[in-house]
Design a protein around this ligand. Structure first.
Ligand code: KG4
Ligand code: ZN
Length: 338
């Protein structure tokens, strides 16, 4: 079985993974920088790039060793070309190009967001379902992106809804900062929300009125709502604010996704990105979707946040069809999926 080496350094995780061309993950190593960035309340791009430089070779070596694959036996090297932080992307790209050159292996450039989608199609401990049922809709919710993507066929994507301001993960991170829950905020708000009463506080749900943008999202009002509520009610239980924030955010995400599914007559829904780890979102999308007779696919919790297995997974089709990148490709910090 041919194996691909995946490399991911677009934000604050240095990651490398070895994935078979059948989608089975042989190793998936992640060195997170969260503990460093935590002190600043967010990712500092220069520090991220420097820490990737320190970690990238060690992480790659560990991924290869754990998979029992010397670099010379790897079939191709897949790397995130964008979107992401420029300095951070450059480190992974340089490592990938160097390995591809030394071992004379093909290089495959991967869009980070397509990588997130492929967290659904690679598997840690079972044969994977590499072939998606087309057409499908995917709700991508991460720290930098929130969009509903329609995929009519392999490798073809069309964005049918997107955030007009903050990404969902960004809203979570900002809400957590307001509530002094630390960075990254998503898991902390999620955790606190499980012990809160969402009915005690009502946050306004932003509605996009323009018919041509009816599946778009807006999260900045929700974040301001949390800030104003905290200021006006210092005595309120933090868990209740988190639960109400989470209920509103999840409701917006689920409502638009299902409305888009109905409009485009799509019965397969996927979830992807760091916020896909959110317990309430996972439950709500699944139950609301299934109530409408849709198939809702939720990625393994361990593959939601940034990792390189999803990057290698997204490269399998290019590997099989011989779509390789030149060694002089540049990072694309603003690369849109569609
Ligand atoms: O996909 P990801 O790892 O990085 C980007 O590509 O942005 O997503 C990170 C984002 C952060 O904003 C983090 O707070 C959020 O995902 N996140 C969560 C949860 N776990 C991570 N948000 C809500 N609930 C969670 N359980
Ligand atoms: Zn990501």
């Amino acid at each position: 079985m041919d194996c691909l080496l995946g490399i991911e350094t677009s934000c604050d995780e240095t990651a490398a993974a070895v994935v078979g061309t059948d989608g089975v993950i042989h190793s998936n190593i992640i060195a997170t920088q969260i503990n460093t960035h935590k002190d600043y309340g967010g990712v500092i791009p220069e520090i991220a790039a420097r820490m990737h430089v320190e970690a990238v070779n060690l992480v790659i070596a560990e991924a290869l060793q754990k998979a029992g694959q010397p670099a010379r036996d790897i079939a191709a090297v897949a790397v995130t070309q964008g979107p992401g932080l420029l300095g951070a992307l450059l480190v992974g790209l340089q490592a990938a190009k160097t390995l591809a050159y030394i071992h004379q292996k093909p290089l495959i450039a991967v869009n980070h967001l397509e990588g997130h989608i492929f967290a659904n199609f690679v598997a840690l401990d079972a044969p994977s379902k590499l072939e998606a049922p087309y057409p499908f809709l995917c709700l991508i919710v991460s720290g930098g992106h929130t969009q509903i993507v329609l995929s009519p066929a392999a490798g073809v994507y069309r964005t049918v809804g997107r955030t007009i301001d903050d990404a969902a993960g960004e809203a979570y991170d900002k809400a957590a900062r307001i509530l002094k829950l630390g960075y990254p905020g998503g898991p902390a708000v999620d955790q606190a929300a499980q012990n809160g009463n969402a009915e005690k506080i009502k946050f306004t749900r932003a509605k996009i009125r323009a018919p041509e943008n009816k599946f778009d999202f807006s999260f900045s009002g929700l974040k301001t709502g949390a800030l104003n509520y905290r200021r006006a009610h210092p005595e309120a239980r933090m868990e209740d604010i988190c639960a109400a924030f989470q209920q509103t955010a999840v409701e917006m995400l689920v409502t638009n996704t299902l409305a888009a599914a109905q409009e485009y007559q799509i019965s397969n829904i996927y979830l992807a990105g760091g916020v896909a780890a959110n317990q309430t979102l996972r439950r709500a999308l699944k139950s609301a979707g299934e109530m409408r007779g849709l198939q809702v696919h939720i990625p393994d919790l361990r593959l939601c946040t940034d990792n390189a297995a999803m990057i290698a997974g997204a490269a399998i089709r290019s590997y099989k069809t011989g779509h390789f990148a030149e060694l002089n490709i540049q990072a694309k910090p603003n690369w849109e999926l569609a």
